[in-house]
Design a protein around this ligand. Structure first.
Ligand SMILES: Nc1ncnc2c1ncn2[C@@H]1O[C@H](COP(=O)(O)OP(=O)(O)OP(=O)(O)O)[C@@H](O)[C@H]1O
Ligand SMILES: [Mg+2]
Length: 238
């Protein structure tokens, strides 16, 4: 399988603060890859850079074989790159339905296809259907996460970037969200999953990268990392 994403020696800074200090990794078409690491390691910065929100100081990012910088920011979603941000980033003053419509804004296919996808999201998350006309800002944390993921899926992504989808959610909701993530992957969407819940991330994904201080310190098959003593000590609380 070819690489949907290739990152070479990426560096990203916030002014004088070097958040990413030379990082290389790749994601193959159809893979589920986890990115784990302690607070402040640079995971969110990595995802924001991939989503075009931050400009690299150095290095190269190839998306579907072409430089990411050759695609205009507003066009990334149309090219299949979608981010579910940390803290979710839904439009709180819009209704659930309006949020989902916003997710589909870049699509050029007909209304019926978009409606079918919306029905599909309501099917996956019946809670959202019940709340379709409610303002998104009034949803619970778990419901907002469901909406954020659904909104990203409405854009029919090829590469979905998820930043801490389990954060702050009850175990049963986390289960539901991860079930959905696995289903989405089965349908062929490539996934890069950032998670504080390292165990869950490693159990869900095929491969993983461990970050520390703006660099990748470990990488490999998720199953192997799950049983790696250093990983267990540092990230799995074992
Ligand atoms: N807007 C910003 N301005 C200055 N420094 C920032 C900014 N955003 C992040 N940083 C710094 O960059 C580093 C990486 O932050 P980042 O948010 O990418 O970490 P993270 O791995 O996502 O952490 P967490 O697990 O806590 O979400 C941190 O040291 C952080 O303080
Ligand atoms: Mg983060």
């Amino acid at each position: 399988m070819s690489n949907i994403l290739e990152v070479k020696d990426l560096k990203v800074a916030y002014g004088a603060i070097q958040a990413i200090k030379g990082m290389s990794f790749h994601i193959k078409q159809g893979e589920m890859v986890a990115l784990i690491g302690a607070n402040g390691a640079g995971k969110t910065t990595t995802l924001k850079t991939l989503a075009g929100m931050l400009r690299p100081a150095a290095g190269e990012i190839l998306y579907q074989g072409r430089p990411l910088s050759s695609i205009k920011n507003y066009d990334l979603v149309r090219h299949g790159l979608a981010l579910v941000p940390e803290g979710r980033g839904i439009f709180s003053r819009l209704t659930v339905t309006e949020n989902l419509e916003m997710g589909a804004y870049s699509r050029t296919d007909d209304k019926a296809a978009i409606q079918a996808d919306m029905d599909r999201m309501f099917n996956i998350f019946p809670r959202l259907k019940e709340r379709a006309k409610q303002l998104a800002g009034t949803l619970s944390g778990g419901e907002q996460q469901m909406l954020a993921i659904s909104r990203a899926l409405m854009s029919r992504p090829k590469l979905l970037l998820l930043d801490e989808p389990s954060m702050g959610l009850a175990p049963i909701i986390v289960q539901k969200i991860f079930e959905t993530i696995r289903e989405v992957a089965k349908e062929g969407v490539t996934l890069l999953l950032v998670e504080q819940n390292a165990k869950l991330a490693l159990q869900t994904c095929q491969r993983a990268y461990v970050m520390d201080g703006g660099k990748i310190t470990l990488e490999g098959e998720a199953q192997k990392l799950l049983h790696d003593e250093a990983v267990q000590k540092a990230y799995l609380g074992e």
